[in-house]
Design a protein around this ligand. Structure first.
Ligand code: SF4
Length: 339
């Protein structure tokens, strides 16, 4: 079974066809400003907390990490890229000034955990894990989008998966889950998920994995199609991109039901052929035995006359050639194929 992530589960539940295009056909999202900006900010924060000593990384180190990741190709112009770079630097500088005085090294940053949910292999990458004063875990996830909803921390399926992953792999209970909106430096911390909330997410994971195994990749059109990067290859939008959808040969336009009928018909025909071959072999054996014993070389019925030709080969083996001739009402003969 394929290893799943929260992003894959969310993509499938939004649109199975999109999941297929991205994860089976390999049509990954091209570099886009929000994605590369988010990755670069994560990298800067990872550098800040990665330091195991009592001091965080310097602002210069954070900004260098940011610059290493920010992808110029995602931006339309040098100006847009420079603006994003300045915004990112300002954001990380502000983070340093506010959080350096209270710095404590994280237990782990950008921690990739592989685990199972009821036999479904999963992977989660946790932005930051801290050890609390009581020896429990506090998990933090960073958000860098422009808008952010307060309730997300209570409802985030991603945070629930993080709790499941961390408790299984780090073998400590989770105390709290936290979402941090980096642009506004705002944090929402909520208590650990309840058993019922965890069961619900487990059910969603298993249900999604089963649907993926069944492989029905139906397009699910909706508002999300407006910003879907695989739309040019989506069957629901084939009319909009005729260059990607050349006319299919007739044979490819058969429905599943028609293909099923063809399969049955071929199976039945082959089965009849096998039965006929057995009958031919039996009749041929009996007639050649009769020709052999009687010395006759023809046998006539009401519809066919069978002509027999006997030949002996160099190795003394005998072979018979039997040729059916169809009898016309006026007894006119026409030649048949040997059997
Ligand atoms: S365009 Fe819409 S229906 Fe098609 S794959 Fe994308 S999200 Fe799904």
């Amino acid at each position: 079974m394929r290893r799943l992530s929260q992003t894959q589960i969310r993509t499938w539940r939004t649109c199975p066809q999109k999941w297929k295009q991205v994860y089976l056909e390999g049509r990954r999202e091209p570099p886009a400003p929000p994605l590369t900006f988010g990755s670069a900010v994560h990298s800067g924060l990872e550098t800040f907390y990665r330091n195991r000593t009592a001091a965080p990384a310097t602002p210069e180190e954070m900004l260098a990490s940011f610059d290493d990741v920010l992808d110029r190709s995602a931006y339309d112009s040098d100006q847009a890229f420079e603006r994003a770079r300045d915004d990112g630097h300002a954001m990380l500088q502000a983070w340093y000034e506010r959080h350096a005085p209270e710095f404590r090294p994280a237990m782990a940053v950008e921690l990739a955990l592989r685990y199972d949910i009821d036999d479904v292999p999963m992977i989660s990458i946790l932005d930051r894990v801290d050890l609390t004063a009581t020896g429990r875990l506090r998990i933090t996830d960073y958000k860098t989008g422009r808008f952010f909803l307060r309730d997300t921390a209570r409802e985030s399926q991603q945070l629930t998966l993080y709790q499941i992953a961390a408790e299984e792999k780090l073998e400590r209970p989770v105390e709290s889950l936290s979402l941090v909106h980096v642009p506004s430096d705002t944090e929402w911390e909520v208590p650990r998920r309840t058993a019922a909330e965890i069961d619900e997410v487990r059910r969603v994971v298993v249900d999604t994995a089963n649907q993926i195994e069944q492989g029905a990749f139906e397009p699910r059109p909706g508002r999300h199609c407006e910003w879907c990067h695989v739309r040019p290859w989506c069957p629901a939008f084939a009319d909009h991109y005729p260059e990607n959808w050349p006319e299919q040969p007739d044979i490819l336009q058969l429905s599943r039901d028609e293909v099923a009928e063809l399969a049955d018909a071929l199976g039945q025909a082959l089965s009849r052929k096998k039965q006929a071959e057995r009958e031919i072999a039996d009749l041929r054996d009996r007639l050649t035995s009769w020709f052999e014993v009687t010395g006759e070389r023809a046998a006539a019925g009401s519809e066919f006359r069978i002509r027999a030709t006997r030949s002996e080969r160099d190795d003394d083996r005998v072979s018979w050639r039997l040729t059916p001739v169809e009898l016309e009402p006026a007894d006119e003969e026409s030649r048949g194929e040997p059997v």
